[in-house]
Ligand binder design. Sequence first.
Ligand SMILES: [Fe+2]
Length: 200
Amino acid sequence: MATAVLSLNEQRKTEINGCVKDIRAMISSDGVTPSTLSEVRARLLELATRHDLFNSKIFPVQIGDNTSSLYLLSEDDKHEYAFYAVSEKQGNMSPPHDHTTWAVIAGIEGEELNKFYRRLDNGESLGQAQICEFHSEIVGAGTGVTLMPEDIHSIHCLVDQPTLNFHFYGRSIEHLPHRKAFNMADGTYKYFPANPHIHK
Ligand SMILES: [Fe+2]
């Protein structure tokens, strides 16, 4: 039994390292563009088919984490190419936010509603921002979304089944001090702190 568990852990690590290597090569070669991020999404969705290595039993929402748990799978020594598995329960949601780095989300199981927003103001007033929703997509098994650094989205887990996604960021969320969380009704934003409980 112990040998089999170790073997799966080793396989998972090997697959993670291979995926990160491929994604690093894509970004290094072609730069951060919507087209490159689509290639990154395809590579993540390929890895997401390995349900034996990535599922919500292996990456559950942990006790004490409320409705979501964030697992760090990999990052480099500059805190770049940060790769996470995010596990959610029904009711988990984020406010509209940007990332200040590129980001790709790829579905493994369950469903997560992603809403996308457009900024309407010119960004000249500190703490003030007018945004409006213009699009939404469901992220589930076989689908994903891509975000350029300035793109704004919110996430909403509306289903009662466990939901697990890959989140891949150009830089670790612990090293993105200027991510903004927007209050659409008030027309304001605040800086958005990282989840304080990242399982490593
Ligand atoms: Fe996000």
